[in-house]
Design a protein around this ligand. Structure first.
Ligand SMILES: [Zn+2]
Length: 371
């Protein structure tokens, strides 16, 4: 009987156990107005306002991040990861703090802007300004770097701030950003070369968090299905406990987005994509891949909600006086099981239940025989 009970209770326990924690009580320093100014900086990087792969604007934007991080720490460790897509020179930009710790959390966003506003009804050949689609996540990363750097000596984790080039040039139903390019070229190149950026015998990745389109009005994150569910659920619960219940709804839209986290999931790193519903022209965000994805549709409040949630997440898990991990660390639980995994799980469950039933039947018969 106990086997039957365990086989039924255990999956339910896994489901419920995802959210058993409380945010630690700590003052959050992430500032939405500052993050907003970093979106504006990216929009004003040069006269073209765009950060299209292979252009001066994209190069200037990488230099902008370097200058911001050098303001945080003049000796900050950074790496330019060069690669080419169809002979266009591209660059991911990586900054590291607290390198003496062997456990690594990656905070990431793409910073390229789309070369063509393929969903724009009037000007589909114009570039996308990319205030939300690109600049918002990157701005949150810069502000997060500032606030986490202040408290780095209390944080028992190494943190990477990783800016991807060449994310947003793939094929829409309405056409490509750049002809012949796929989505997420930068992140997949990064993961191909990831062994060059860390020492796999000494260092290990705890988690990867991706911020994509986090700065629009009416922020409402989705339940993204490539994401490691225990990690994404913990981010949702962290945000809800901060009072951000409309950004992290209890009944989020479900969607499967091929984004920069997928290469990291496939590499075996628990990863989560904080992203909104952008397909089928939703009323909350109708500007996706149009020329209207500009600064006028950016909300400092949405940036602050995103930034404070990630800041709190880091403290919950790594602030050293805390002494014990909150939440679902090491985020190995993933209920977004692949079909084959789910199939195997069901087969094992059925086998266990069947064996239990047979054992019970035999036992009851032998008891009856004794009587
Ligand atoms: Zn995009």
């Amino acid at each position: 009987m106990s086997i039957v009970v365990i086989s039924i209770i255990f999956p339910i326990f896994l489901l419920l156990n995802d959210n058993k924690f409380t945010n630690i009580d700590i003052e959050l320093h992430f500032d939405g107005d500052t993050a907003y100014s970093y979106v504006a900086d990216q929009m004003n990087i040069n006269s073209t306002h765009y950060r299209i792969p292979g252009t001066q604007g994209r190069e200037d934007c990488a230099q902008y991040f370097i200058s911001k991080f050098q303001q945080i720490d003049p000796l900050i460790n950074y790496t330019l990861h060069n690669f080419t897509i169809l002979s266009v020179e591209c660059q991911n930009v990586l900054f590291k703090i607290n390198e003496n710790f062997s456990n690594i959390v990656i905070l990431s966003a793409h910073y390229d802007s789309r070369a063509k506003a393929t969903k724009d009804l009037t000007n589909p050949d114009w570039p996308v300004p990319g205030a939300n689609d690109g600049a918002s996540g990157s701005a949150v990363l810069v502000e997060l770097a500032e606030v986490l750097y202040e408290r780095r000596q209390n944080l028992s984790v190494q943190i990477w701030f990783l800016f991807f080039d060449a994310e947003d040039q793939g094929n829409d139903p309405d056409g490509p950003g750049i002809s012949g390019w796929s989505w997420c070229e930068g992140s997949s190149k990064f993961v191909q070369d990831i062994e060059n950026f860390y020492n796999s015998s000494k260092e290990t990745f705890d988690a990867m968090i991706l911020l994509d389109m986090v700065g629009g009005y009416n922020l409402r994150f989705i339940s993204e299905q490539h994401s490691t569910s225990s990690l994404l659920n913990e981010l949702f619960e962290t945000g809800r406990q901060l009072g951000f219940t409309s950004a992290f709804p209890s009944d989020p839209t479900v969607g499967t987005i091929f984004d920069d986290h997928v290469a990291f999931v496939n590499y075996g790193i628990p990863s989560a994509d904080l992203i909104i519903k952008f397909w089928n022209t939703p009323v909350e965000w109708p500007y996706h891949h149009t020329t209207n994805d500009d600064l006028s549709h950016i909300s400092n409040n949405s940036l602050e909600i995103t930034g404070k949630t990630v800041e709190q997440f880091i403290y919950n898990n790594y602030y050293e006086i805390n002494n014990q991990f909150q939440g679902s660390f090491p985020w190995s639980g993933d209920l977004n099981l692949l079909d084959s995994d789910l199939f195997l799980f069901v087969i094992i469950l059925i086998s266990i239940v069947s064996i239990a039933v047979v054992v019970l039947f035999l036992r009851s018969r032998s008891n009856r025989d004794k009587n």
